[in-house]
Design a protein around this ligand. Structure first.
Ligand SMILES: C[S@@+](CC[C@H](N)C(=O)[O-])C[C@H]1O[C@@H](n2cnc3c(N)ncnc32)[C@H](O)[C@@H]1O
Length: 469
């Protein structure tokens, strides 16, 4: 039986993005509410230490409540904080950083800088992936109006419904012509009887559509299909690039596997350039740094804020001309390339071999010969032997995945004793844990959170650690 609690004030926002209330000291995560609301909560899950529920009646609404921009708010899994005023979103992101650093990292923070807001609140993403489905999500209205026979759609996965896709007319996350391309592809497919993928039966032609853009105006389209129907593939791609001459690069991928991932498949070039190019202003002096982005290359998804993030990391690092810098978890070597002109030498380490190849290409593109890249698992590569062959770093910049650094990696850093470690993180909890591990030799000298993803609970945080012993 569902339990109802009435007149409960919402007091916080959790890192998962859900609102938080407390009942008799017990935490309850609440859907459809924001801090400042006073609501009745219907509880649907009870665990030992917390409960989960949904706001079903509002007695007071928060002053921070705003109208969401997007029509799909509440259905789509993205941009869940859209109904919270932006300044308030920033407050909760900053709080996430402070709480993790103090509780888990045991850091006594006096030096936290106010979070850097994203200049673009919408259209900040340089990459979106849309999924085709022959079972789109239908609203009650559509079912009542008898629209349920039009089941093909292209958009985003419905949260919690693995076989349903929310058909999207307008998404506010990527600049034009992202919406126009997706909508054109849908129309073309309807008119020409193309089949949409069936995730249960594993048939249907159109599987997904990836659109990537750069601040330089490059535009890449990658169409993933599940059947090798050469004529249909050529026809639709031809129609797309004719309709959108601004597309600078077009690929397709024939993926007949059961899953959508194409890391192990070769994208086939259809037209235009083989890669698109992103450019960032050098952190010092004139000129710019370029990055080559192929259909499979990783690149930070908010290009403008990535530049801000790198500039902060660069400023924290205070690299001198005679210093050796390690860029750990370098991805496609973006940070390494960004800082290269200021260092004597930069070593980048990264797990994914294809990313390391991109990193080397980026170094060539920028005419740097003081960069070296190695691929492998950080905990196996970063050894005493590695340090004795390549030299101990004076400065380390590290940007690990959400899981943070392996404990062995922290140990190796304690042995290598760089004078400064700049720790860039997309997960303040694991960052705080790692800082605690490093605290025997390092103190936190500066903290700078950055908002890369407005309307989501995500926060990026840069910490400067300086050696104390
Ligand atoms: C947050 S990304 C950093 C990307 C890069 N610094 C940038 O700004 O573009 C983390 C990177 O760590 C890599 N990675 C994850 N686990 C790893 C491991 N155990 N050893 C080495 N690299 C790893 C991932 O492949 C990914 O490229």
């Amino acid at each position: 039986l569902k339990k109802l609690f009435s007149h409960i004030p919402i007091i916080d926002m959790a890192a998962t993005g859900k609102a938080v209330a407390k009942i008799d000291g017990q935490v309850i995560f609440v859907e459809n509410a924001i801090p400042g609301d006073v609501v009745d909560i219907s509880v649907y899950k009870r665990k030992k230490n917390f409960m989960e529920g949904k706001a079903v009646q509002y007695h007071e609404r928060s002053k921070a409540l705003v109208d969401p921009t997007c029509n799909y708010f509440g259905m789509c899994g993205g941009c869940k904080w859209q109904n919270i005023e932006y300044q308030e979103q920033l407050k909760y992101k900053e709080k996430q950083v402070v709480e993790n650093l103090t509780r888990i990292g045991k850091v006594n923070i006096s030096d936290i800088q106010p979070i850097v807001p994203s200049p673009d609140k919408y259209k900040y993403r340089n990459k979106l992936e849309f999924t085709f489905s022959n079972k789109r999500w239908l609203t009650w209205d559509e079912i009542e109006q008898g629209n349920e026979k039009f089941q093909n759609g292209v958009g985003f996965h419905m949260p919690g419904q693995f076989d349903k896709v929310l058909d999207i007319g307008e998404c506010h996350l990527q600049a034009d012509p992202s919406n126009a391309i997706r909508n054109f592809v849908r129309e073309y497919a309807f008119k020409n009887d193309y089949t949409f993928y069936d995730i249960r039966r594993h048939n249907g032609l159109l599987r997904n559509l990836i659109i990537r853009n750069t601040t330089t105006g490059d535009l890449m389209v990658i169409l993933q299909v599940a059947e090798n129907d050469e004529e249909k593939i050529q026809n639709i791609l031809k129609a797309i690039v004719e309709e959108f001459p601004e597309i600078t690069s077009c690929f397709y991928i024939v993926n007949e596997k059961m899953n959508d991932s194409f890391g192990d498949l070769e994208p086939i070039h259809f037209s235009g350039k083989l890669y698109i190019t992103e450019v960032m202003k050098k952190p010092e002096g004139d000129g710019s740094v370029s990055f080559r982005i192929g259909p499979k290359s990783f690149f930070q998804t908010n290009s403008n804020q990535a530049q801000t993030l790198y500039k902060i990391s660069y400023d924290f690092a205070q690299i001198k001309k005679d210093e050796l810098v390690y860029d750990l978890y370098t991805g496609t070597g973006t940070i390494a390339n960004y800082i290269a002109a200021s260092a004597k030498r930069v070593i980048g380490i990264e797990y994914v071999e294809a990313s390391v190849e991109d990193a080397r290409e980026n170094a060539k593109l920028n005419n740097y010969d003081n960069l070296e890249f190695f691929s492998g698992d950080m905990k196996d590569l970063l050894t005493q032997q590695f340090f004795s062959i390549h030299g101990k770093p004076d400065v380390v910049i590290t940007d690990p995945p959400r899981a943070g650094m392996h404990e062995d990696v922290c140990k190796r850093l304690l042995e290598a004793e760089p004078s400064r470690i700049v720790y860039v993180s997309c997960n303040p909890a694991t960052q705080a844990r790692d800082i605690e591990w490093l605290s025997s030799k390092y103190k936190v000298s500066n903290v700078q959170p950055v908002d890369m993803f407005p309307h989501t609970p995500h926060v990026e945080n840069v910490v400067l650690l300086t050696r104390i012993v």
